[in-house]
Design a protein around this ligand. Structure first.
Ligand code: GLP
Length: 245
């Protein structure tokens, strides 16, 4: 695992965007796994800028997002489909038919999850998976548990995740209680993984996830075993890891 403490939050975003851009440059029809949350917003802005400047094209890229709230339709302004359109898809030359987000509006969890796994497989698997880190160590919506879930599944969100994500909704009661998420196995099967983390409120969990024991109680810790994982954190998120990195 490569662990990088960037010089600033902007530098974290730029470094991460450059890695994605060079991946796409080397393989224009690659399959990207994408993430939502506040953290990747800056790097998506860099990719939009690069695309507008003609430095990168998403014309042949296929994407799969990590997760989606169960019960939100794509037009809901807190759905992850909406987020992706707002921050990336509507501003680059991607073919939106090639962008995939779990079908949150479909309540049939088994059908949604099986179809998502099949679509990933049919696309040849994920080449580069982008990840953020939840305050409790979750990746996608894989919450702390007794085991690592293998495939795309429906999860009950923990109180701490509902609390953390409530800042984006009108009230905590509006936060969906469930989500569809790629499993840890789906994520680990990606050929490369790129994690971005920002903010001092994540410093403790960054240390635990990337320098502590590997345990399903800290889902991101499994990434220590990924053969091609890069973690880029901003100075605040990396402040407890300076002597470890
Ligand atoms: C959500 C998403 C995660 C994301 C996490 C952290 O729960 N499901 O994929 O990584 O939030 O988001 P933020 O970057 O806003 O802290």
């Amino acid at each position: 695992m490569e662990f990088i403490i960037a010089e600033s939050t902007e530098d974290m975003s730029r470094q991460a965007a450059d890695r994605i851009a060079s991946y796409v440059d080397a393989d224009p029809s690659c399959v990207l796994g994408l993430a939502t949350g506040t953290t990747p917003i800056g790097l998506y802005a860099c990719l939009v800028e690069d695309c507008a400047a003609g430095k990168i094209s998403f014309a042949d890229v296929t994407t799969f997002n990590l997760d989606e709230y169960r019960g939100l339709d794509p037009e809901h302004d807190q759905s992850y489909r909406y987020f992706m359109k707002k921050h990336l898809f509507d501003h680059v030359d991607i073919d939106q038919a090639r962008t995939h987000v779990p079908e949150g509006a479909n309540p049939d969890a088994d059908a949604v999850c099986a179809a998502y796994e099949e679509a990933i497989e049919a696309a040849g698997g994920i080449d580069l998976q982008l990840l953020g880190l939840g305050p409790n160590g979750h990746i996608g919506f894989n919450e702390p548990e007794d085991t690592f879930p293998a495939t795309t599944h429906c999860v009950d969100l923990t109180e701490s995740t509902i609390q953390a994500n409530s800042r984006l909704f009108d009230s905590i009661d509006d936060v969906p209680r469930q989500a569809y998420t790629m499993g840890i196995g789906t994520i680990m099967a990606a050929r490369s993984v790129l994690v971005v983390v920002e903010g001092s409120h994540k410093a403790e969990i960054v240390k635990k996830a990337f320098f502590g024991p590997v345990t399903p109680q800290v889902p991101a810790s499994i990434l220590q075993f990924h053969p091609n994982a890069t973690v880029i954190v901003d100075p605040a998120a990396g402040e407890l890891c300076r002597d470890l990195a």
